[in-house]
Design a protein around this ligand. Structure first.
Ligand code: NAD
Ligand code: ZN
Length: 355
């Protein structure tokens, strides 16, 4: 991945943690401290694997699972730990976990001593997305990811070994972002998804190839537009309505990916209207999502008024105008201003389908 100020590699494969240590041994020896930040859940499941394969000395800091680690309190506690352990500008961090651990660790790395190197070791499918691209953040009670920085990692090591312990809900959550990468980049790749009868039909080999493809899509877009001035907005496909669903249902009560999957349906309806996406495609993807087990009942839990309020608050909203990433055709995104009235019509259509 090449950005204006940095170049880094993304390594993918099964059981590659050990080779990471060998390859990076000289760099790691230069750091006065190397600190792995992970969450309770990941550490409980993977401590043995890490201790066996990561044969260099490191300090360990364990944060709470999920969004709970993206709080000011948690951020402050990690900084305190680093200071108490005499970490310096010559120290480095490793984020071992899903997107939440990655976002927190990245933001700590961006700000500790005005910036120290950090490595991403993503352990969820969703983190194929979040670990690449350098968006780091913590949450504020007034909004998710409101405090953050663009700060690129030194390397991303995606060891598929970790994915074996993911529960089905997390597989579904991550898969939504993979489908998003397909839908904004490649119609024939999207056809592979449309052909799926259910979640179980996805084999491991296929999934790993899709993850690699997804990372390539993300990397190419980040290279063109690191700071989200233009092309990077395409990655928000499904996220305007999706974030509103996530916020309305309540963080932790729905996964990010499930909300994004739901959000992609109105975005596809709008793409049929404003782009040249074939009529009925939104319904086709809706049916696919149902076959894969995404729960659309969440929509009925939220009033449109609540969704509309959150859409207006979105970071991507300017002057009350909703900026939607849409598709000209499958694989060809663009950004369009959409009125609240128009999104309300899509919302009504979606509710009809769910009922
Ligand atoms: P997460 O880190 O909260 O992980 C989800 C759950 O899975 C947690 O309970 C975690 O403990 C558990 N888990 C992690 N790895 C596991 C494994 N190998 N086996 C079993 N359980 C495991 O979240 P996520 O879904 O990976 O990511 C969501 C977060 O990512 C959100 O905070 C979102 O804002 C952020 N995000 C960031 C970007 C970005 O560009 N920076 C992009 C998308 C999402
Ligand atoms: Zn997302």
């Amino acid at each position: 991945v090449k950005t204006k100020d940095s170049v880094y590699e993304v390594f993918l494969g099964e059981n590659i943690l050990q080779s990471f240590c060998e390859r990076r041994a000289a760099d790691f020896k230069k750091y006065d401290q190397l600190v792995i930040i992970t969450d309770e859940h990941v550490w409980r499941l993977h401590e043995d694997y890490v201790r066996t394969n990561f044969n260099l000395s490191f300090k360990l800091y364990i944060v709470p699972n999920g969004e709970a680690c993206k709080t000011f309190e948690s951020y402050f506690q990690v900084q305190t730990f680093l200071l108490e352990e005499n970490c310096s500008r010559n120290s480095a961090l490793i984020a071992l976990g899903g997107g939440a651990v990655g976002d927190l660790t990245g933001f700590v790395a961006a700000t500790f001593m005005r910036g120290i190197p950090f490595y991403q070791i993503p352990t969820t499918i969703l983190a194929h997305d979040s670990a690449v691209g350098g968006k780091t953040a913590i949450n504020h009670p007034n909004g998710k990811n409101m405090i953050g920085a663009f700060y690129q990692p030194t390397e991303v090591l995606y060891d598929f070994h970790f994915l074996k312990t993911l529960p089905e809900a997390e597989v579904r959550s991550g898969l939504a972002e993979v489908i998003k990468h397909a839908i904004i980049s490649d119609a024939s790749w999207m056809d592979e998804f449309i052909a799926l009868p259910n979640l179980k039909a996805i084999n491991n080999k296929e999934l790993l190839l899709w993850l690699e493809k997804g990372i390539r899509v993300k990397a190419r877009i980040v290279e063109l537009d690191e700071k989200e001035q233009s092309y990077r907005k395409f990655l928000n496909f499904g996220h305007t309505y999706g974030h509103a669903i996530e916020a309305s249902v309540g963080y932790g009560k729905i996964t990010h990916g499930e909300a994004v999957m739901i959000g992609m349906i109105p975005a596809l309806m709008l793409s049929e209207l404003h782009g040249n996406v074939e009529e009925g495609y939104a319904k086709k993807v809706y049916d696919l999502a149902k076959r894969l087990g995404y729960n659309f009942e969440h929509v009925l839990q939220c009033s449109f008024e609540s969704l509309s309020k959150f859409m207006q608050k979105d970071k991507k909203t300017t002057n009350g105008e909703l900026h939607f990433a849409l598709l000209q055709e499958i694989g060809n995104p663009f950004v369009q201003i959409i009125s609240v009235k128009e999104i309300k019509r899509c919302d009504e259509q979606l509710r009809q389908w769910v009922k």
